[in-house]
Write a protein that binds this ligand. Structure first.
Ligand code: FE2
Length: 522
């Protein structure tokens, strides 16, 4: 049963500028120079606070990537206990600096756990839209329920971001998870891509200015701004935040040197940090490095391990003799796949992750990451093939991951992924060729917000050979909603009716549960 698209929503989520005309400076035109045109956002919730984000960008798509602001701007921020800002819980002032493209990241602390707060900014005499964020429950606190939504793969040209609007309209959601491909680095095409509803109208980004413009373009979408205003988010990246199918320091194009690619990658990572509500001083290190993997909790209910599945990877698998280093179908006989010296997360991040497994006291343990973990083996008359760009190209690393879950007796592990533009629910086992064995974990792969689904025919034909895939759908765009309680995880694969219609409806495509203490889908 489709949910009407015109869901009632409180005004504070509408993303409309709330400005007191008396505060406007003389001659300032709101329509022409709204400094908050890119909206507001929050992220990284902790029991005592979160990160607030905005960017002073009166000309969001300015060619130089600076958003139409070249001087330092003082920005006042306020956090309130109520949506009318009668009871202020915290306030302060931050500087929007051109060196950061006028992005502001405020790390608010001293708040109370497990409750909503409302926030807003004031700069240049204009008040921003109001956003809302929940603090996490106190460490160890019993939590009866957590709802979150998860998304990936938002191709600007291939549809409107209506799925984001439906995520924003979910008043029960406390947390948004972005699993990668928040932007795409694609340039426009002539003729346009089949099904394109709008154009990038800017070249493929390779420089910091160009990546900054690409994030700004996405934030001109009102549905994405509404989602950021509605809930705090936690984001990881996949390949398209930088370049299709890159792996560590190795680019897709075999003719580009890692040394050159690393410069482009650093520009892309920096633009991500500037534009997402992350704890920027922890992600963007003083020595120029980036560290995205991090861990946070939700009372005794959940531990979240947010992974970086791109930066520290080994070279792409099975590329000997190939001119291109993009993902491809390779034989399962390829020696790279079981080579224990190859890593997906990097060995430092692996150690950090498995140490976190060993220490976790949470009922549910969720991995917030980018790519499919479960095998998808496609049998041909002469061979068995896998797609190398996912964990399928890192068989030995995948075995270490699942073995670590089993050996640390990790409580109710669940991995999340995006990338595949299709919805999957999978059981993860130590030996995928023994379907009679009990699963170690459940895997939820979320479909794309807009990006084209994969060719479903060959994949559907392969499902009988991959019995750990319990549900698969490539036909729909949308998002995933997850309800966690101490007793069970309830997942709903949500599908929009038409990505070309900005007012499209949403409905539940499939619903499934994992019972606590019984890893794998019921
Ligand atoms: Fe994607």
């Amino acid at each position: 049963m489709p949910i009407p698209s015109a869901l009632p929503r409180r005004q504070f989520l509408a993303g409309a500028l709330i400005a007191a005309p008396a505060l406007l400076t003389a001659g300032r035109s709101l329509a022409a120079a709204d400094p908050f045109a890119l909206g507001v956002a929050s992220g990284e919730p902790l029991p005592d606070g979160f990160v607030l984000w905005t960017r002073i960008a009166p000309d969001p798509l300015a060619e130089d990537g600076l958003g139409g602001n070249a001087s330092p701007v003082p920005v006042r921020w306020e956090v309130a206990l109520d949506e009318n800002f009668r009871r202020i819980a915290a306030h302060g002032e931050a500087m929007a600096l051109p060196d950061r493209a006028s992005a502001v990241h405020v790390e608010v602390s001293g708040l109370a756990p497990d409750r909503p707060y409302w926030y807003r900014f004031t700069a240049l005499g204009v008040q921003s839209p109001v956003g809302r964020a929940w603090t996490a429950p106190a460490p160890g606190a019993r939590v009866e329920r957590l709802r979150m939504t998860a998304a990936s793969c938002s191709h600007w040209e291939l549809g409107y971001f209506a799925a984001y609007r439906h995520m924003a309209a979910d008043e029960e959601s406390r947390l948004t998870l972005f699993l990668g491909d928040y932007i795409y680095e694609d340039g426009p095409r002539t003729p346009p891509r089949p099904g394109a509803v709008r154009s990038y109208a800017m070249p493929e980004p390779t420089t910091l200015a160009q990546y900054r413009r690409r994030y700004a373009l996405h934030r001109t979408d009102p549905d994405l701004r509404a989602l950021h205003a509605a809930t705090a988010c936690v984001a990881t990246w996949d390949d398209h935040e930088v370049q299709n199918d890159y792996s560590g320091i190795w680019p897709e194009d075999a003719n580009v040197s890692p040394a050159d690619f690393v410069k482009r990658r650093a520009a892309a990572y920096r633009a991500f940090c500037e534009n997402m509500p992350v704890r920027i001083s922890q992600v963007m290190r003083a020595d120029g490095s980036f560290r995205l993997n991090r861990r946070f909790g939700w009372g005794s209910l959940a531990q979240f391990d947010v992974l970086d599945g791109r930066q520290f990877r080994s070279p792409p698998a099975c590329i000997e003799g190939l001119a291109s280093h993009r993902g491809h179908m390779a034989s399962t006989a390829c020696a790279d796949l079981e080579d224990p010296s190859r890593t997906y997360l990097g060995f430092d991040q692996e150690r950090w992750l498995y140490d976190g497994f060993a220490r976790s006291k949470a009922r549910w343990n969720l991995l917030v990451q980018n790519l499919l973990v479960a095998p998808l083996e496609i049998k041909t008359p002469s061979d068995t093939l896998i797609w190398t760009d996912t964990w399928n190209g890192f068989g030995a690393a995948r075995r270490r991951l699942i073995d670590a879950m089993a050996e640390t007796r990790l409580s109710n592990p669940v991995t999340l992924a995006g990338d595949y533009h299709s919805a999957w629910l999978n059981d993860l086992r130590r030996d995928f060729h023994k379907p009679q064995e009990a699963p170690v974990a459940a895997e939820i792969v979320v479909t794309s917000i807009t990006s084209n689904g994969p060719p479903a025919g060959a994949m559907k034909a392969a499902l009988p050979d991959n019995p750990h895939i319990r549900f698969f759908d490539a036909a729909h765009r949308g998002y995933t909603a997850i309800d966690l309680t101490p007793e069970r995880l309830d997942v709903r694969c949500m599908a929009i009716a038409d990505r070309a219609d900005p007012r499209t409806t949403v409905s539940v495509l499939h619903q499934r549960q994992v019972e606590a203490g019984k890893p794998g889908f019921a």
